[in-house]
Design a protein around this ligand. Structure first.
Ligand code: PMP
Length: 365
């Protein structure tokens, strides 16, 4: 057996732990913000037929530019995002994590800095680390509902002069939507790239920030099919930006990074978008139910525009996490002392979560 320390690993990776939400086989999994509704039978049949048809040409590389898929994604954003977009303004990869990595490969890297507003999505800092990009932090405070104040954001930009600014709306793990002023003011204050991570946009009460793209060539809005599209297993993330940004990402992407199977499967999923996205309203109703029910029980609950809710505060959130797990309910410890995050599931899953939480509280006395 070789220990990791024995390998000539890069110094900055020594002693680090990989990203890892526990993947446990329990009845109620509410820890990774997936859509609880499986794909429809019609989608499964369409996807199987499309992949089957494509299988006869798997000896050939896929379309390196994924143009048909990018066209379909542009059409979806154009009809839902309040701005007209074409395939040249859209880029896709294996999950939005890969999109974010490509952004830092192109615009971050050694000697460059990315700024994030924490608590936020933990992969932003991990991808910075993996691409040797310095990562600096400005804080979101619980007292202000984890919102970002435009003036404070501009100050953080002035202080750190970042090459890339990460903004996340709705923000994971707090569920907080971003005030458009923050994007406008940060964009005006920086010479770097501004990345708005909209992984959870479809669940928000607020409109998408895609409408801020025209006239802002350094602005990037990233999206994913993992959440609202119920396609986490399909691994398809994408972005909208100026075509020049897409040209930049082409310099760092691996050739043929999106397989024929991925492209065909995603296109099939997009053909059934209206059907799949109908589940978003069901999830939002459970999200709002969780907020109401937890507040009625006296918990601190952060307003949520996403498909999850941050709640607390606990003297020892790890104990509550374990008590829920013992009752078959998996939620997320997000590294925020006193808080836990729960994903909105089906009505039954939400009931199971609330019941388990009540039982855990009764037991703790
Ligand atoms: N951005 C945010 C804010 C997320 O929460 C996630 C998934 N947890 C992602 C990006 C990445 O999603 P994926 O790689 O599945 O597209």
């Amino acid at each position: 057996m070789t220990a990791l320390e024995e390998l000539p690993l890069r110094a900055e990776l020594r002693g680090k732990a990989p990203y890892g939400a526990p993947q446990l086989d329990v009845p109620v999994r509410l820890n990774t913000n997936e859509n609880p509704y499986p794909p429809s039978a019609a989608l499964v049949a369409d996807l199987a037929a499309s992949v089957s048809a494509a299988a006869s040409s798997l000896n050939r590389y896929p379309d390196r530019e994924a143009l048909a898929l990018r066209g379909d994604l542009a059409a979806y954003l154009s009809r839902s995002g309040g701005v007209q977009l074409s395939a040249e303004q859209v880029w896709a990869a294996n999950g939005s994590n890969e999109v974010l990595q490509q952004i830092l490969q192109a615009f971050g890297g050694p000697g460059r800095t990315a700024l994030g507003f924490e608590p936020t999505y933990s992969m932003h800092s991990l991808i910075a680390e993996g691409t040797s990009t310095s990562y600096v932090v400005a804080r979101r405070e619980v007292e202000s509902g984890f919102r970002i104040d435009p003036a404070a954001a501009v100050e953080a930009v002035a202080e750190h002069a970042p090459d890339v600014v990460f903004l996340c709306s709705p923000n994971n793990p707090t569920g907080t939507a971003l005030d458009p002023d923050v994007v406008e003011e940060v964009y005006a204050a920086t010479a770097g790239m501004v990345v708005v991570d909209e992984a959870y946009a479809e669940f928000s009460h607020a409109p998408s920030l895609l409408r801020l793209l025209p006239g802002r060539p350094r602005l990037i809005v990233t999206r994913t099919m993992s959440k609202a599209f119920a396609f986490a297993g399909g691994r398809l993330g994408y972005l909208a930006a100026d075509p020049a940004v897409v040209d930049a990402l082409r310099l760092v992407r691996l050739p043929y990074h999106l397989s024929v199977v991925s492209q065909e499967a995603a296109r099939a999923a997009l053909r059934h978008a209206d059907d799949t996205l109908a589940s978003v309203d069901l999830v939002k109703a459970q999200r709002d139910r969780i907020v109401t029910e937890l507040r009625a029980r006296g918990y601190d609950v952060v307003d949520s525009d996403a498909n999850f809710v941050l709640f607390g505060r606990f003297a020892e959130q790890a104990r509550v996490w374990r008590a829920l797990l013992e009752r078959g309910v998996l939620v997320r410890e997000v590294g925020l002392s006193g808080w836990l995050r729960v994903t909105a599931g089906t009505e039954d899953e939400t009931s199971a979560f609330l019941d388990a939480l009540d039982a855990a509280r009764d037991e703790a006395g």
